[in-house]
Ligand binder design. Structure first.
Ligand SMILES: *Cc1c(COP(=O)(O)O)cnc(C)c1O
Length: 385
């Protein structure tokens, strides 16, 4: 019997101010890109997180594509990235002709194992693209050290990592997205703060700022023109249309104003799950998310690790029978129909392990205590705990 889903996996949260700001944007008479609300968002991010330069884009996918253009990735270049990630991390570089070199995940979490990087570097390697899975930081000191030693660029895929931090060996706590040369964020409706679709490129290396503005504006120097720095604008480089309408920025700004409140609520939900499953982990039935000491928690996602694909499928069904939608996540990119025959053939056992056994639980602002209780109870009784 089909049971109706009453607890979805995700439910976009509205602060209530979105339509008010959209109305203001419309009234302002300028709803193309880089209007009033885009500037407000840029300022918010630069001041709150200390990002050197922020540029809103229409998606994180776009921001990653901009990064690949900025790094002048070309046919034959090699880019190191995890196999356990979203296709956009990979596509951005494939579109420029790069060869993907996948790094396996850690045994203890799905992030790329930084200790494997050195062995994957060749004279053709151009960039490393760490993905902060679930908003949990990668080992950025090791990644930045390897990159510096081999003269490589680092692009952080920080799609899930807003308001998450990394504490370096120097004891300094830095926001994710502020460490690599470039970083990409997503404001897709499945992320902590969102505008339906939406993204941002962060430029931490000054050398890329000028060209990033041009690439985002179809290869023209229109941004400098609007600032009055030049008296006419023209085609000066390659580029595309990567900037969002100010209507989208107006929506996003409403969310930004509520970021602390959204984060507090998500962390509460995350902690409830984490405490509820402590015993299951102790008795060895499941594994809970593992945060290294250097990583903070932005409560982007709550996942558990099951024993096997079969067990996970049975648990998904058990939850579904109670009206709860839980979902698995990435399928190994190195085994995908598109890339399998281009992959160098190395086995990536931990990537495959997470593909088979990781299960994401409902996580959204409006998830009530009772609903969370039902999710936890169903999982606990599934394991007879
Ligand atoms: C969501 C996500 C993206 C893509 O973001 P869009 O804004 O939808 O383009 C890329 N990488 C990761 C790791 C993501 O989670």
């Amino acid at each position: 019997m089909e049971v109706k889903i009453t607890i979805p996996f995700n439910k976009p949260y509205l602060t209530g101010k979105e339509t008010h700001y959209i109305y203001q944007a419309v009234q302002s008479g300028k709803i193309s890109g880089d209007g009033m609300f885009t500037k407000k968002c840029h300022t918010y991010f630069e001041q709150t997180f200390g990002f050197k330069k922020c540029l809103l884009t229409t998606s994180c996918t776009d921001a990653l594509e901009m990064a690949a253009i900025l790094l002048e990735i070309k046919e034959g270049d090699e880019v190191i990235l995890p196999s356990y990630t979203f296709v956009s991390t990979a596509n951005a570089f494939v579109l420029r002709g790069a060869k993907l070199v996948f790094a396996d995940s850690y045994s203890y979490n799905p992030n790329m194992d930084a200790s494997l990087l050195e062995a994957l570097i060749t004279p053709k390697t151009k960039a490393i693209v760490p993905v902060h899975y679930a908003g949990i930081a990668c080992d950025m000191d090791t990644i930045m050290d390897v990159a510096a030693k081999h003269n490589l660029f680092v692009v952080e895929d920080a799609a899930q990592a807003i308001d998450s931090y990394y504490t370096g060996r120097d004891g300094v706590r830095r926001p994710l997205g502020s460490i690599g040369h470039l970083a990409a964020f997503s404001f897709h409706e499945t992320k902590n703060i969102m505008s339906g679709e939406g993204g941002m490129l962060v430029i931490n290396d000054e050398r890329f700022v000028h060209r990033a503005e041009i690439i985002r504006e179809k290869g023209t120097n229109r941004s400098a023109f609007f600032r009055g720095e030049i008296d006419k604008y023209g085609w000066v480089d390659m580029g595309s249309s990567f900037l969002p309408s100010d209507i989208l920025a107006a929506f996003l700004f409403a969310q930004l104003e509520s970021l602390p409140q959204i984060q507090a609520k998500r962390k509460e939900i995350w902690e409830t799950y984490h405490n509820a499953f402590e015993k299951l982990e102790t008795v060895g039935k499941i594994k809970r998310p593992m945060l290294p000491d250097f990583a903070s928690n932005n409560a982007h996602m709550y996942y558990i690790i099951c024993e096997s694909l079969e067990e996970r499928s049975a648990l998904i069904d058990a939850l579904k029978s109670k009206g709860v939608l839980s979902v698995f996540h990435y399928l190994s990119l190195h085994k995908s129909p598109f890339y399998e025959n281009k992959h160098d053939g190395r086995a990536l056992p931990y990537t495959d392990f997470y593909s088979d056994s990781l299960l994401r639980l409902p996580m959204y602002y409006e998830l009530s205590e009772e609903e969370q209780g039902l999710v936890c109870q169903t999982i606990l009784s599934f394991y007879n705990a």
